[in-house]
Design a protein. Structure first.
Length: 202
């Protein structure tokens, strides 16, 4: 671009404009300024417009990148959520399977015991220190205890059938089961009295 001041020097032009203003020649001073600085104003305007265009492009790029980043963040969040739900579902399924298996085992043993099969305590394979492990151990103890009671009662009845009235009390009976032992003892006493009366009558 050429010299925007034309043939006038910078200081001379300023002096001339100031002189016109001093002489109250405002219109003339304005025309001189407009004619002298017209190229500069155009260049400044052009540069400002270029700056605005560049700023608009940068802002548009920033907004676009921000929107793309937001979309990516949303997608990543959705994928992580789906992954967490899937992992939680698998973990829950494995936990429930581990939880239900020993319960089914205990239920099956209890069902067999209800049908008179007391040899099923050895079929319980779950052993743990948790509540289900306690349930399994109690089930085993109950099965063994009932089998022991039945064996004791069967032995006592076999002795009675052989007219052996020397049936002794057993310490194995506990709780409500002790009533069974008491009934056996009362039966033995009644039989002793009855047999004594028969012998006396003879």
């Amino acid at each position: 671009m050429g010299d925007w001041r034309g043939d006038r020097g910078g200081c001379g032009l300023q002096t001339e404009i100031m002189q016109m203003i001093y002489n109250n020649q405002i219109t003339e001073a304005s025309n001189v300024m407009r004619n002298s600085y017209e190229g500069v104003f155009d260049e400044i305007t052009e540069n400002v417009m270029l700056l605005f265009d560049a700023a608009d492009k940068d802002a548009l790029n920033f907004i676009t990148e921000a929107q793309e980043g937001k979309r990516n963040a949303i997608l990543v969040g959705i994928l992580l959520t789906v992954l967490m739900v899937a992992v939680s579902g698998v973990s829950m399924a494995l936990y429930l399977k581990k939880l239900i298996a020993p319960l089914r085992e205990v239920s099956g043993v209890a069902r067999k015991m209800a049908h008179g099969d007391l040899s099923v305590s050895d079929q319980l394979t779950y052993h743990s220190a948790d509540e289900i492990g306690d349930l399994v151990r109690h089930q085993e103890e109950m099965s063994k205890k009932i089998a022991e009671y039945i064996t004791t009662i069967s032995t006592d009845l076999a002795l009675l059938s052989q007219k052996n009235l020397q049936v002794k009390a057993h310490d194995a009976f506990e709780g409500e089961f002790s009533e069974i032992q008491n009934s056996v003892q009362r039966l033995v006493q009644v039989l002793n009295v009855t047999l004594g009366e028969i012998n006396n009558a003879a």
